[in-house]
Design a protein around this ligand. Structure first.
Ligand code: HEM
Length: 134
């Protein structure tokens, strides 16, 4: 049927990554975090294209440890909402609705686990609050 024509491609993911990180670099709050950490943007985009190809296409071309790479930067919980909003906006422009929804969902899940791993998850925080009246 039309399965082949709707296959998500590595080229589409590369276009998405390219546009997304161009925007990241000039974003008022995300830009400073990334620009302090990334020197070689073409290499970073290539790495992220392999990451997304591994996630969405199962290419297994990415080797790395995203959790470890997010430690030691000045990342706050609010950055995740901004990152996801920009990702959604860019995916909606670059991909058809079906594939955009797919990469929205992947990013939401990965973002949630990164946030959790970094100790920025709201639910975890609230458990650390002293018990009122206890
Ligand atoms: C929400 C979903 C997110 C995903 C899927 C994601 C994914 C990734 C991946 C795969 C890498 C490359 C790791 C490696 O080097 O092997 C990376 C690097 C990085 N991410 Fe994220 N990220 C997310 C959110 C964020 C947020 C909210 C921030 C904060 C502004 C952030 C800041 C960074 C920085 C600064 C690097 C470069 C680290 C370095 O090279 O030292 N990321 N991210």
């Amino acid at each position: 049927m039309s399965r082949e024509t709707t296959q998500l491609t590595e080229q589409q993911l590369s276009d998405l990554v390219d546009r997304f990180y161009d925007r990241i670099q000039v974003h008022p709050t995300l830009g400073p975090v990334f620009n302090a950490a990334v020197d070689d943007w073409p290499a970073h985009k290539q790495l992220l294209t392999s990451f997304w190809s591994s996630v969405a296409l199962g290419t297994r071309s990415y080797r790395g440890n995203p959790m470890a790479q997010h430690r030691g930067h000045d990342i706050h919980a609010g950055h995740f909402d901004e990152w996801l909003a920009l990702w959604r906006e860019t995916a909606d422009e670059v991909l058809d609705a079906e594939h955009a929804a797919l990469v929205h969902e992947y990013a939401k899940r990965i973002g949630r686990s990164l946030k959790y791993g970094l100790g920025l998850q709201e639910g975890v925080r609230s458990l650390e609050l002293p018990i009122v009246g206890g």
